[in-house]
Design a binder for this molecule. Sequence first.
Ligand SMILES: [Zn+2]
Length: 224
Amino acid sequence: MFIDGRKGLHLVITGAPGTGKGTHAGVIKRHFNICHLSAGEMLREEIRKRTEVGKKLEPLLAGGNFAPDELIMEMVAKRIREDDCRNGFILDGFPRTLKQAEFLDKMLLENGIKLDAVLEIIVPDDVIIRRILGRYTCVTCGESYSDDFHKPQVKGVCDICGGRKFSKRLDDTEETVERRLVKYRDFTYPTIAYYREKGILRVVNGNGDVADVSARIDEVLGFN
Ligand SMILES: [Zn+2]
């Protein structure tokens, strides 16, 4: 919602790495024609383009660390003003720290936007590790897949764009996954408490296939 009552949908999707945030953000994005802002994708884009920022980021992310708050906040602030976000957005991988959550509130207020809900997806750790080690992304459109729970309908062909090139993330190794889970608990848990306090947190069980989880999400967000 916008503060002046215009329509729009503004969501945050959160959860540990490998809980299916990217996949479900994609489903919601297509359904409501809003933009999907993945902090991780935006950062990896900087690295791919070999920008100054990207060169600094590469060793940090490869080691399973977070990107600096300031940098992420600047990227998100710029992106939500672009045209494809006029119907709203779903933020994925941001805010990741309490500082980022407070910044987001301030920034949304300045833009006359109110966050509708924060969706937390919960999945057991052993399932997360198995999923992450088996996941890959369409190079053309960014859709994420997993041999474990979300295979393309035709082997080797993207369901969304028909692309045939897929890539795996460099940081999807068992060691960095465990580090990312610890970091998630240390830094992102406080944001969950923050949103629970505000009364906009919605929690969903993310274990199971995409269609089942998607139906549960529609229910907790009141979409049906
Ligand atoms: Zn694709």
